[in-house]
Design a protein around this ligand. Sequence first.
Ligand code: NAD
Ligand code: 6OD
Length: 500
Amino acid sequence: MAFPIASLESEISKARTVPVLRNFVDGVFVEGQVRFDNVSPVDGSLVARVCEADAATVDAAVKAAKRAQREVWGRMPVAERAKVLHRIADGIEARFEEFVAAEIADTGKSQHQARTIDIPRGAANFRVFADMVKVAGQECFEMDTPDGQGALNYSVARPHGVVGVISPWNLPLLLLTWKVAPALATGNCVVAKPSEETPSTATLLAEVMQGAGVPAGVFNLVHGFGPGSAGEFLTAHPDVDAITFTGASATGSAIMKVAAPTVKPLSFELGGKNAAIVFADADFDAAVAGTVRSVFSNCGQVCLCSERVYVERPIFDRFVAALAERARALTIGRPEDGVDMGPLISREHREKVTGYFEIARAEGATFVTGGRVPVFGDERDAGAFVEPTILTGLPETARTVREEIFGPICHIAPFDSEEEAVALANDTDYGLAAAVWTQDIKRGHRVARQMEVGIVWVNDWFLRDLRTPFGGVGLSGVGREGGRHSLAFYAEPSNICIKL
Ligand code: NAD
Ligand code: 6OD
């Protein structure tokens, strides 16, 4: 491509100072013909230039994974594989500060979020599944036969082969490793495609894999977008044996169509429109603090965030006032300034969120707080910030109350009975998570039991034990991962029946 001289100089100077993130195929970092920009949502500055994987690169990655799975990784004793996984976790921990810096550079998320959740979970995911796979057992059934000799049935777990892992931008390392770790633990090889918005920690992870002695081809990384790019090349590839995806429900649906001709096993963790129910008997301060977290953590960009809050009428006004006070006190800005909340992931995503501010206004919402783009008067005005926003007064039919927004926003409505709270919470096409706040443990269980979702927290939010099932119903996903559920998805049982 021919550049005018000034533009050529600017390209050369960018190339000198800005990192170039490459694909990782068969143990080697490889470039590509096309690069795209990775831009900071804090101020619009260039974070990195990323090599987009074309169809040939994705094909090479899949072939490398297939060979490595058959020749090396699938044959390695489980205890050896587990040791390698622990070395990967060691590698993440050894480069903790680099991972934190990279995650923050891509997302603008708060230091606290990156340091206490994203990066520690990146390491923990490998440790948990390394340990679990070593002790995982299988079913065995003795059966009677007419000749009186009997037969013995037992199952053996078989990895799929090559697993395509596609992950989103909101918790980049956490969600990538949540799938890569169990896939590798169970003997699969992986081709991973992180979000185009957050390629940095995935690239660092590839470096860690190299350093941890992961054999070539076991973990491959391809950068790019979805349709017509690396994402689609991966999901359509005939030699990809299973796909595990976290992202938007509409994307899950598109991937399902592409994967249908080869009938690939799929695991989907998708969107949510999660409810929090606060009863009048709740520990008020704990419920307010927990709801601040469940609405505004990671700038509202966690699939588990509460976008619908239902509060029992006697404490409704007090609760709305307390939540609004806490929301107004949240500091917004550059992550290095120790703020509570960074920007949204991108200007494009901010358009979506502010679009819902307009929809909510048109629907007649009361903005208790927020609803604007903050003005800083400095380079942050080129970023993607929005104010934490609390709405009231909308009917349950409003788009704002029904559609996933994925920003620091919630609608709060009153309820008058337990039955009504359950009905309101369940009146959604999604079914990922719910939070219930009450000091009556019997009520907590009773209400939780009726939530049509995959995960319910009573008196907390996003408290994770990685052995538990994780996933959603309805538009929120297909299947469960976590603990033995991950082992079951990534390695399917074959039954062996021996006639004695
Ligand atoms: P997204 O669906 O736009 O993108 C996710 C990934 O899919 C990216 O890597 C993207 O490049 C890729 N992709 C997009 N279109 C594709 C296609 N046609 N074929 C193959 N790959 C494709 O989602 P996002 O905007 O990155 O993430 C936000 C969404 O993810 C929200 O809806 C959120 O609720 C959901 N999410 C769900 C969970 C969960 O565990 N349930 C966790 C995190 C995020
Ligand atoms: O904690 C996890 O394992 C997990 N999958 C969290 C998903 C968060 C959604 O944004």
